[in-house]
Design a protein around this ligand. Structure first.
Ligand SMILES: [Zn+2]
Length: 337
């Protein structure tokens, strides 16, 4: 049996910069038609010049005409309407990080004051620029996302015309919020569909599965699977593939992030086949995203997968992927486009 995916999209991707970008960029651009590129470089991408320069570094590193990097800016409440209008054609979304919550997010937002945010968020809504949010508070690590749901609800209520994407959701609480507000959407990673905290820390500590938001409880994973496997129209695949060099993961003070870009489509196919939901995979990996964003021009690319063993490399340069050295059930056998 073979499965063909049309123009798969990764709606949440970290490509980093410099040597790391050269390593990981081609691994995404080979099999995906496009990706939403996260702006958390040092310093974060927050001007038109930085955005255009980063885009050209990505295009250079990827060197693949059928891959579009969809660029984002690092949210600042000081962005004016004039600024957003001037950058609108180069920009797909804006990513909001609460201050200090994950890798390179120190300059993020430290409060959610509606009056302070209103000029920027109203302008984004009018210009059809979605707001992507890393939704975690500074609370207890297992509760951070569930605590943030009230902020999602406050923003969704106050800015009903703004498309708000709850990035990499990991909890039942976030899944439940999806259907309460018309303007809330979500991305879900591969690893959060697969693992719980038990896989990270239940036995010997698994640094390559350590990420933010941290994997949660079995009932949370079930809720995520239910919406992904049913092709729920408000959820999209976003890998949050976040490479770090091996020494930064296998160390005292492990960096957060799971590297899944080169194995994501193979493992998603296996998961969807296993749950008799393979006919929903196209919606999850591309169609839903195109409807939700409505401003994407997506290159044509057909990816064919077959049930054929694929041994995951132990490393891609200095980066250890999820399932390193293990055998996957599906392989990519053809790429057109
Ligand atoms: Zn991320």
């Amino acid at each position: 049996m073979s499965i063909t995916l049309n123009s798969p999209l990764d709606m949440h991707l970290h490509l980093r910069d410099e040597a790391m970008l050269s390593t990981v960029g081609p691994l995404s651009s080979e099999t995906f038609s496009g990706a939403i590129i996260m702006p958390n470089l040092v310093p974060p991408v927050s001007t038109k010049e930085e955005l255009l320069a980063y885009k050209s570094r990505i295009l250079n590193a990827c060197n693949n005409k059928s891959f579009t990097p969809f660029m984002t800016l690092f949210f600042k409440p000081t962005y004016t309407r004039e600024f957003l209008e001037s950058i609108k054609d180069e920009l797909t979304a804006i990513k909001l990080y609460p201050a200090g919550i994950t890798t390179n997010s120190e300059g993020g937002l430290s409060g959610f004051d509606v009056d302070e945010l209103r000029p920027t968020l109203d302008a984004m809504a009018e210009l059809n620029i979605p707001l992507c949010i890393h939704g975690e508070t500074n609370g207890f690590v297992m509760d951070r996302e569930a605590e943030f749901v009230s902020i999602y609800e406050m923003l969704a209520t106050n800015f009903p015309k703004l498309k708000i994407i709850m990035e990499h959701i990991t909890t039942k609480a976030s899944v439940e919020a999806l259907d309460k507000f018309e303007n809330l959407y979500a991305t879900i990673t591969l690893h959060h569909l697969l693992i719980t905290l038990d896989d990270v820390a239940g036995g010997m500590l698994q640094p390559h599965l350590f990420c933010k938001p941290i994997a949660k409880r079995p009932e949370d994973r079930e809720a995520l699977r239910a919406v992904a496997l049913s092709g729920h129209p408000k959820v999209m695949f976003g890998s949050d593939s976040a490479p770090h060099p091996q020494h930064a993961k296998e160390s005292c003070g492990c960096a957060s992030g799971v590297f899944t870009a080169p194995i994501a489509l193979q493992v998603l196919t296996d998961l969807f086949v296993e749950h008799s939901s393979v006919e929903k995979l196209q919606a999850f990996v591309s169609d839903n995203a195109q409807k939700i964003y409505s401003n994407l021009t997506v290159p044509q690319k057909n990816i064919t997968l077959e049930k054929k063993a694929f041994i995951v490399p132990n490393k891609y340069a200095e980066v250890v992927p999820m399932f390193a050295g293990e055998k996957l059930n599906y392989s990519i056998t053809q790429i057109e486009g």
